[in-house]
Design a protein around this ligand. Structure first.
Ligand SMILES: Nc1ncnc2c1ncn2[C@@H]1O[C@H](COP(=O)(O)OP(=O)(O)OP(=O)(O)O)[C@@H](O)[C@H]1O
Ligand SMILES: [Mg+2]
Length: 255
């Protein structure tokens, strides 16, 4: 019986998308009233996709990113990641899931200022108990991959905004997550740095097969994505797929 259940579980995983949202609703309580931030969201994201979520302020982009990244739970409906319903995980399982399966990139970079770039990138590995020399080696390789190995010993406040976001990308990817969720990763950057950050994410999507979901206000950046989902008033009003993520090789200048 136990064996059959294990078989059923792995079969279910095989036929399911990496991320599935079914009739998801997120309602915030505001004292005596309620605000519906997302409603009737049905969404499947496959392993290896590179997806942008866009739409006006207040349309629900951050709320969706938080649900997909398991930082938040839906009020109604189901969010499954890699075949597992996040609402049915214990708190400890959710933490392990966030550390092992998801990388996060934030609008304000969220680096720790008292740590060097290398220490910031090592941190998720240290938190999962990896030995210091292993974490440092992996972190340095990731900093090299984002073109910043020469800045490894610098603290974030000595780096430009674009450099800080590249450190954040390295930190998100160092654990080799299945999925990276980035909520407006370019909102604090000029257009040159914004293009560079999206190209870099696209590079890792193609090179490593990591699934990316990022939100943006910037319609110009949508040219680089293979799928874009537009939200309006908490609903998906458009879901457009373009070229496949692994059809072309990355061509990114990392300097
Ligand atoms: N913690 C919260 N408590 C109450 N209401 C919230 C909360 N977070 C978001 N909201 C509301 O939910 C709706 C969707 O917000 P959300 O932050 O997801 O939108 P967004 O598309 O990310 O907006 P922006 O582009 O400004 O970042 C908005 O009306 C917002 O005011
Ligand atoms: Mg937002």
């Amino acid at each position: 019986m136990v064996q059959f259940e294990a078989y059923l579980k792995s079969f279910r995983k095989l036929i399911m998308s990496l991320i599935e949202l079914r009739q998801v609703e997120r309602i915030y309580s505001l004292g005596h009233t309620f605000l519906t931030a997302l409603t009737a969201i049905d969404l499947n994201i496959e392993q290896g996709e590179f997806v942008a979520v866009w739409g006006p302020s207040g349309s629900g982009k951050s709320t969706l990113c938080n649900l997909v990244g398991a930082l938040d739970l839906p009020t109604n409906g189901e969010v499954t990641i890699n075949g597992r319903d996040i609402a049915k995980m214990t708190d400890a399982e959710q933490s392990v899931h966030r550390n092992r399966s998801v990388g996060f990139i934030f609008q304000r970079f969220n680096l720790i200022n008292v740590l060097t770039a290398l220490e910031n990138v090592s941190l998720p590995l240290t938190l999962r108990g990896e030995k210091e020399h292993t974490s440092s080696r992996k972190a340095l390789a990731m900093l090299e991959a984002v073109g910043l190995s020469s800045e490894a010993g610098r603290r974030p406040d000595k780096l430009s905004g674009g450099q800080q976001q590249r450190v954040a990308i390295a930190r998100a990817l160092v654990t080799e997550p299945l999925l990276v969720v980035a909520d407006e990763p370019t909102a604090n950057l000029d257009s040159g740095n914004s293009d560079h950050i999206v190209s870099l994410m696209r590079h890792f999507n193609r090179a490593l097969g990591t699934t990316f979901l990022f939100s943006t206000h910037n319609e110009r950046l949508l040219a680089q994505v293979s799928r874009r989902i537009r939200l309006h008033d908490g609903r998906i009003v458009e879901d457009v797929s373009g070229c496949g993520p692994r059809q072309r090789r990355a061509d990114v200048d990392l300097d």
